[in-house]
Design a protein around this ligand. Structure first.
Ligand code: ADP
Length: 359
């Protein structure tokens, strides 16, 4: 890069220095042998090494404590493969011996004559974020696993008492036990949602592919929630494509789950006497499914968060905030896409695509 004036009295070298010394990102420049030639203040803070300590030393030995180039994204991507702007996660050993997890973006440096000169690495420390994520996951898992057995056992005893196996009950005792049983079922369903979520989300989910008619799965999902719809006098209409069956390669159990989540939500968040419309379109390479309701809708500010785990607009209706997160993971694991359109009091429509064949 020529050292030309960017503004009167300010050249590109001064601009680079200003950026380098002030960005909250570690910045390290190495030559084509991987020897460090520049290291900014943020890099000193993240790694614990000063610029003097690292200048002239091998980047990968200082930071990665190894001569194995595979461990170093800068050397591996920017220097050996000349790849631009690749973002990776990498573990480094800090001066005090602690391991830090970094998000690293690397660039090769090419001079005016096109000769490869070295590489730049921009990095930020993700250790605290990763630690918080691990802790949150562990706390939830521990909590939910420990709750499952007592909740199921208590439910079993309540149902025995209600069946009269522990002696006769007065009408008041029956009434109270029934309320306890209903509430326990809500806790049980929260626990089951969380266990499903952690199975799908943390262990990685791979669809178990079968070849089946999506239309008949949709009809079955509608039947399974029909009682709920009848209770609220909500009419569910299904609009199939002109030609059936619509055969696809996908995981039928998980797609049934998706449909039950979306139709279940449509019923939950729609007032009595509303309607829910489900439509299946058969395109050339993919299908498009719509679940639209005439319900309470979702405010614009909440739409970007709607697929986040544990996000709920209000706690007035029971739920876990996990249904849409699970739904999105299932759809994306099939190579599909899901999105939502909604406005307050004007209803909500969820749309998802699925490729007919997944690789
Ligand atoms: P929940 O168990 O709370 O229903 P979900 O992940 O299924 O969890 O949905 C997250 C949130 O999105 C819900 O709490 C609700 O606020 C909103 N939501 C989902 N579907 C609809 C819908 N059809 N109409 C209005 N709001 C919806």
């Amino acid at each position: 890069m020529k050292n030309h004036a960017i503004l009167p009295g300010l050249n590109s070298g001064q601009l680079l220095d200003t950026i380098k010394n002030n960005i909250p990102l570690g910045f390290s420049v190495v030559d084509r042998e991987g020897i460090i030639v520049d290291f900014n203040k943020a890099a000193e803070k993240i790694t614990g090494y000063t610029q003097e300590e690292v200048t002239g030393k091998s980047h990968y030995e200082i930071l990665h404590g190894t001569s194995d180039t595979e461990a170093c994204p800068l050397l591996n991507l920017a220097i050996l493969q000349h790849k631009e702007g690749v973002e990776t996660e990498s573990a480094i050993t800090k001066k005090n011996g602690d391991i830090a997890i970094l998000s690293v973006t690397t660039f090769p440096l090419i001079d005016d004559a096109g000769t490869f000169m070295g590489g730049v690495e921009l990095f930020r420390d993700l250790s605290d974020v990763r630690k918080l994520e691990r802790e949150r996951k562990n706390i939830f898992s521990m909590f939910v696993h420990d709750m499952k057995t007592p909740v199921l056992t208590t439910g079993g005893f309540i149902s025995r008492m209600l069946s009269g196996k522990a002696g006769n009950l007065s009408p008041k005792q029956k009434e109270y036990l029934t309320i306890m049983e209903d509430n326990l079922h809500k806790v049980e369903s929260l626990i089951m949602s969380f266990l499903d979520f952690s199975r799908i989300q943390t262990k990685g989910y791979k669809p178990e592919i079968e070849y089946f008619d999506l239309g008949s799965e949709i009809r079955k999902a509608i039947e399974s929630v029909q009682i709920l719809a009848d209770k609220k006098n909500i009419i569910i209409t299904y609009i199939p494509p002109a030609v059936e069956p619509v055969m696809i390669h996908a995981d039928p159990m998980m797609l049934a789950r998706v449909m039950e989540n979306l139709i279940g939500n449509a019923l939950k968040y729609t007032e009595a006497n509303g309607t829910v419309r489900i439509e299946l379109l058969n395109e050339e390479n993919h299908v498009l499914v719509t679940v639209a309701d005439t319900g309470i809708g979702i405010a614009e500010k909440n739409l970007p968060h709607i697929f986040d785990a544990f996000f709920r607009v209000s706690s007035e209706t029971p739920g876990s905030g996990l249904g849409l997160a699970i739904t999105k993971t299932i759809i994306e694991s099939h190579g599909g896409r899901i999105w939502v359109k909604s406005s307050v009091n004007a209803g909500t429509s969820f749309h998802f695509t699925l490729p007919k064949k997944i690789n």
